[in-house]
Design a protein around this ligand. Structure first.
Ligand SMILES: Nc1nc2c(ncn2[C@@H]2O[C@H](COP(=O)(O)OP(=O)(O)OP(=O)(O)O)[C@@H](O)[C@H]2O)c(=O)[nH]1
Ligand SMILES: [Mg+2]
Length: 382
């Protein structure tokens, strides 16, 4: 591994998951680390066990308490695990200390999400954005990564690196970051030019928690066939297609990257080019997975990301998806009562889709964007 590139390195590793309960987030029926497990599996790791810290303050030097570190040590010995995945973000010093004490590779939540994004990035735009976020994350952690790699003999020789080598590597990373930022500026400009060509059209963007069914709904509404998968972050690149809202009204619908609780800020910043589609939309369709046990937490996580990109004020319509998979009618009635104004659909069975189109049209009219705007030209893709 060269210091200025970072390929996925979690694939097939045997991993232990660890997290801490907080006052606002408590484990219920063992549900606490479910999302971390999904993230880990999406990154290709093999999850061998979980450790949950329920009480006690955060230990500044290692994040986890001594007792929990011991628990991880025993479990990882039994399971021959080499990787510890944390549900929270660690400071560079915390992950270094934990790694040294346990003699394991330690990856925090941001590191894990970045790893998944790097596995998913296919287009030039996505690659630039992901690499930029990774290098910004890597820079303050370089010492640790370096020591760790040298200990494992990971392709950089057996001799411990001197300060000079580290300085050289830091400089190379800074230069690479500067270059990626210039590349990204070009991408942002290209996208702006592209969007200018679409002035006069309604712009509707799908947003929502990862795996809520945005791409499936996109395919249903536009008869497209973008990639759909029961995995987190299946979509990284935005796709735009024409979508008919009413008999004579068409809009441009954009499917984009999904959000998650504590989406790394480096990613949010570097995905600016992609997310400008969202900040400039006339209407956001917020897709919510109706089968999700913790719907409010997901809605709040999405709103937090919208807030951080300056899109919280855009007109928004909540779309509860996957109602075909909600076990009983009573639950759906409960949701309808709890979220008035939302529409309820199944992107798979098409139930509720006509109501969704009608509600979207109503919103566009109410927001005064309806008048002369209709989509011009044939389907476009970006
Ligand atoms: N039962 C049911 N499953 C659905 C529905 N819509 C989507 N799914 C499933 O949910 C999973 C995620 O769907 P995607 O469309 O990839 O979700 P997404 O929101 O685009 O996810 P990311 O791009 O990863 O953020 C897939 O397995 C879909 O088949 C639905 O209406 N009903
Ligand atoms: Mg998707």
């Amino acid at each position: 591994m060269s210091p200025t590139s970072w390929r996925s390195h979690l694939h097939r590793e045997r991993a232990i998951l660890a997290g801490r309960e907080t006052r606002t987030r408590r484990a219920e029926n063992g549900q606490f680390l479910t999302e971390l497990r999904l993230l880990a599996e999406t990154a290709g790791a093999q999850v061998r066990g979980e450790v949950l810290q329920r009480r006690g303050p955060i230990r500044a030097s290692t994040f986890l308490s001594k007792g929990k570190i011991e628990e991880v040590r025993v479990l990882s010995g039994e399971e021959q695990a080499t990787l510890l995945l944390l549900d929270d973000d660690l400071s560079p010093a915390q992950s270094r200390n934990l790694g040294e004490q346990l003699n394991m590779k330690v990856v925090d939540r941001t590191g894990l999400i970045l790893d998944i994004f790097s596995r998913r990035a296919r287009t030039r735009e996505a690659r630039i954005q992901v690499e930029l976020a990774q290098l910004e994350y890597l820079l303050p952690r370089l010492t640790r990564m370096w020591e760790h790699l040298s200990r494992l003999g990971g392709g950089i020789g057996t001799r411990g690196p001197g300060e000079t080598q580290l300085e050289v590597d830091r400089r190379r990373i800074r230069e690479k970051i500067a270059k990626l930022k210039r590349d990204l500026e070009r991408v942002v400009k290209e996208r702006r030019v592209q969007r200018r060509g679409r002035r006069g059209c309604f712009k509707v963007s799908l947003v929502g928690y990862t795996n809520a069914g945005k791409s499936t709904l996109f395919n249903t509404l536009t008869r497209a066939s973008v990639y759909v998968e029961d995995q987190l972050f299946a979509t990284l690149d935005p796709t735009t297609r024409v979508f008919s809202i009413g008999r004579d009204t068409r809009a441009l619908l954009t499917d984009t990257v999904g959000f998650i609780r504590k989406l790394p800020s480096h990613l949010v910043i570097s995905f600016r080019a992609t997310l400008e589609e969202v900040t400039e939309a006339d209407l956001l369709l917020h897709v919510v997975d109706a089968t999700e046990p913790d719907i409010d937490a997901h809605i709040q996580a999405v709103e937090a990301v919208l807030d951080s990109i300056g899109a919280l004020g855009r007109p928004r319509l909540s779309v509860f998806n996957k109602i075909d998979a909600v076990p009983d009618e009573v639950s759906i009635l409960g949701l309808r009562a709890g979220y008035p104004g939302a529409v309820f659909v199944s992107a798979l069975t098409r139930e509720g889709i006509p109501e969704l189109r009608a509600a979207a049209l109503r919103h566009l009219v109410q927001n005064g964007t309806h008048e002369e705007r209709t989509a011009r030209g044939g389907p476009t893709e970006s």
